[in-house]
Design a protein around this ligand. Structure first.
Ligand code: MN3
Length: 386
């Protein structure tokens, strides 16, 4: 049976790869697509895939696009409301969320309430409001399929096994471009954007360099697989061949391996539980005959430590961690702060929020915590007080 899909963030790295996967699967109809500002690529996608709707976050760009695609039948929606409308359309079965940042939270929640399955690449959604999102998913009997490669690996390692027999989740990390460094004081934006194994969007590439990405993934894994935070261990595996592992109570470890290619987890999420033949690059084990592992350096990469602290504190603290990081990364990408300022800004924002933290939170609390952290992190940067 054919499935109808909406892809949020279709012009980004995951979005464009998801469209390739959908083309290969052949049983998925594209109903909606969205972009932040990239209306050039979106127009090409409209002409190729003929979606019923698209959403553009930027109002001016949305109006330009409307003019440019007058000759098509595609309707243009605008902004946050547009994203929510797109995610809750009657005709769709699944929402693939590859938005970047906490902007992905509301569309996910509304899609779940409208009983749409979720293919989730937007990890910030689960970091900011994991407990709430998973509760809503359970209540509305909705499946959340992970697209993050590590979480897809864990999900695959869990097939046929019981979640209550997990001993430990071993989340692998490439270690990013600075894994061999002993000091990060003078690293440049260009170096930080040069990831050794994966080709990804800018925000996640910087997060990979600070190891904040791994921290966010720890929190994501905790909620997706309903495990205690102490059961999640991060290990550096520079080759990125083992995408993650699950150790069971009987001491057996199950791993998932593959080339570093996001199309594999995207396809697994969209075709689940089927394994559909494709022409992706196969893993050559002889070529990759040296797989190594080591402990992460929490002192040199404090963001990873702060992520563990935030989820241990709980409540809306992980949301504050995420939001302050989003702001810090934005300023780093604009070359207004140094690489080593990113963890300082995150730490100071979390420090200031401690007394305001809300353990039994609602969606409203999450949105407020997010706003607070963004404003506070910005004020730290503007006053150079971090
Ligand atoms: Mn990942």
């Amino acid at each position: 049976m054919n499935k109808n899909i909406v892809i949020l963030g279709s012009t980004g790295s995951i979005g464009t790869q998801a469209l390739e996967v959908v083309e290969n699967l052949k049983n998925i109809n594209i109903i909606g697509l969205s972009t932040n500002t990239n209306i050039g690529i979106l127009e090409e996608q409209i002409r190729k895939y003929k979606p019923m709707y698209v959403c553009v976050m930027d109002i001016e760009k949305a109006n330009i696009l409307k003019e440019n695609i007058k000759d098509t039948d595609t309707q243009v929606l605008i902004g946050k409301e547009g994203l929510i409308r797109l995610s809750t359309l009657d005709s769709i079965d699944i929402v693939l969320n590859s938005l970047v940042g906490n902007i992905g939270l509301l569309p996910t929640i509304y899609a779940i309430r409208a009983k749409k399955d979720i293919a989730l690449a937007n990890k910030e959604t689960l970091v900011s409001a994991g407990e709430l999102v998973m509760k809503e998913a359970q209540k509305h009997n909705v499946n959340i399929y992970p697209i993050d490669s590590e979480h897809s690996a864990i999900f695959q390692c869990l097939q046929g096994n019981r979640y209550d027999e997990i001993e430990r989740i071993i989340l692998t990390a490439s270690g990013g471009p600075f894994r061999e460094h002993t000091s990060l004081e003078n690293v440049t934006l260009e170096q930080a954007l040069n990831h050794p194994n994966w080709s990804m969007g800018k925000k996640i590439t910087i997060d990979s360099a600070t190891l904040m990405n791994k921290g966010l993934e720890v929190i994501e894994a905790k909620w997706l697989f309903n495990v205690d935070i102490d059961m999640i261990e991060v290990i550096i595996h520079p080759q990125s061949i083992i995408h993650s592992m699950v150790e069971y109570k009987d001491s057996s470890i199950i791993a998932q391996l593959g080339t570093p290619d996001m199309k594999v987890p995207i396809q697994y999420a969209l075709a689940y539980p089927k394994r559909v033949k494709n022409s992706f690059e196969k893993l050559d084990l002889i070529k990759h005959n040296n797989l190594t592992f080591r402990k992460p350096n929490y002192e040199l990469f404090p963001c990873l430590k702060y992520a563990f602290e935030a989820i241990k504190i709980g409540g809306t603290m992980p949301c504050v961690l995420n939001a302050s990081n989003e702001i810090a990364v934005e300023y780093f990408l604009n070359e207004e702060i140094k690489f080593t300022d990113i963890p300082k800004i995150v730490y100071k924002t979390m420090e200031c929020y401690k007394d305001k933290n809300n353990i039994d939170y609602t969606l409203e609390d999450v949105l407020q915590a997010d706003e607070f952290a963004r404003d506070y992190a910005k004020s730290l940067i503007i006053s150079k007080n971090f």
